[in-house]
Design a binder for this molecule. Structure first.
Ligand SMILES: [Fe+2]
Length: 325
């Protein structure tokens, strides 16, 4: 008998599951591992509750779903304890003299927010798309800082048909340039300042070719997935003209609107939560919080590829780095 308890994340959502009972012992049981993979494939994301908050547990749980992948960029911070496994530590400690200096800030509804991430999928700027991400938040802000998730299968079903039909055969162009001041489509915020770490990133931006991913793709199981992340997107392949850009802006604003409504699930973190999401299917975002708050999220990345992304000039990621070595 299974030692874990699985339930729907929310009754009015067609995606997402909640799982209790994850321990090193239960994860050692092949039947539990099979069940977790089945639930993940069906529901697109799982919130694990009351889990030991440690790197060891995060890596053990992540490996239930596949081998880990290192980050494709060199400028992303790894945790010292498990560098090889690509555990990414996003720890923001406010500067006691001026918590707003050096932060990437945006203004939304008159509020100044740090750590804001618009809707996106991870590694969109890469040709290879990781299977999943696993996240925990040992330190969260007392207000704000929630992570939002939307399901591409549901988005496809709900999207206005006239937009969806035009999107079906199109590829979206993405870059590694994460600067919010450079975002052009579906912008619902006012950029105020760039994060200080952007300088290192820009050296890599200069050598990365643009990456293409389909706006809509079909899963092995037959469902169509609408998978467009407004963040880091710079347009539609072969339609980088004013008509193409106006259409793409409409698409991105539609995604942002749905993210503010009942299509999205916004997770309010407890230190004992871990969340896995299917990066081929889901979009995610961070609502941001006041820069005066400390926040730490730690991510592992599950390897894999859906095989549909490619770099504009046909290069593979290894070649990109060999050229600059
Ligand atoms: Fe992300």
């Amino acid at each position: 008998m299974s030692a874990i308890k699985v339930s729907n994340l929310r009754d009015n959502l067609s995606f997402g599951a909640r799982v209790e009972g994850v321990t090193f012992d239960t994860l050692a049981d092949p039947a539990v591992r099979d069940e977790l993979n089945r639930v993940f494939e069906q529901r697109g994301m799982i919130v694990f509750e009351n889990v030991e908050s440690s790197a060891k547990m995060q890596v053990t749980l992540s490996k239930v779903f596949g081998p880990l992948k290192d980050h494709p960029t060199k400028s992303t911070t790894r945790t010292a304890e498990d560098e090889a496994a690509g555990v990414i530590d996003m720890h923001y400690i406010p500067n006691p003299n001026d918590p707003y200096a050096g932060e990437g800030l945006v203004e939304i509804d008159g509020k100044l927010l740090a750590r804001y991430s618009p809707w996106h999928f991870d590694h969109c700027y890469n040709d290879e798309l990781n299977r999943a991400g696993v996240l925990r938040a040992p330190i969260n802000a007392p207000e704000g800082g929630r992570t939002g998730f939307m399901d591409g299968i549901e988005l496809y079903k709900q999207f206005p048909p006239e937009l969806r039909e035009r999107l079906e055969s199109l590829n979206i162009i993405y870059t590694l340039d994460t600067r919010l001041s450079k975002m052009r489509f579906g912008v619902n915020f006012k950029p105020i300042s760039e994060h200080a770490s952007t300088k290192d990133l820009l050296k890599e931006v200069a050598i990365f070719p643009r990456a293409m991913h389909p706006a809509v793709w079909t899963r092995r199981t037959g469902e169509k997935v609408l998978h467009v992340g407004p963040w880091m997107a710079v347009g539609i392949e072969h339609h980088e003209d004013s008509a193409g850009e106006a259409f793409f802006d409409e698409v991105c604003h539609e995604i942002v609107r749905r993210g503010e409504g009942s299509s999205a699930y916004w997770h309010d973190w407890k230190p004992t939560d871990m969340v896995i999401w299917d990066n081929w299917r889901m979009l995610h975002a961070v609502e941001g919080c006041d820069a005066k708050y400390e926040r730490q999220t730690i991510r592992t990345t599950i390897q894999g590829d859906y095989g549909l992304g490619y770099f504009e000039d046909g290069k593979k990621i290894g070649e990109v780095y060999r050229e600059v070595a």
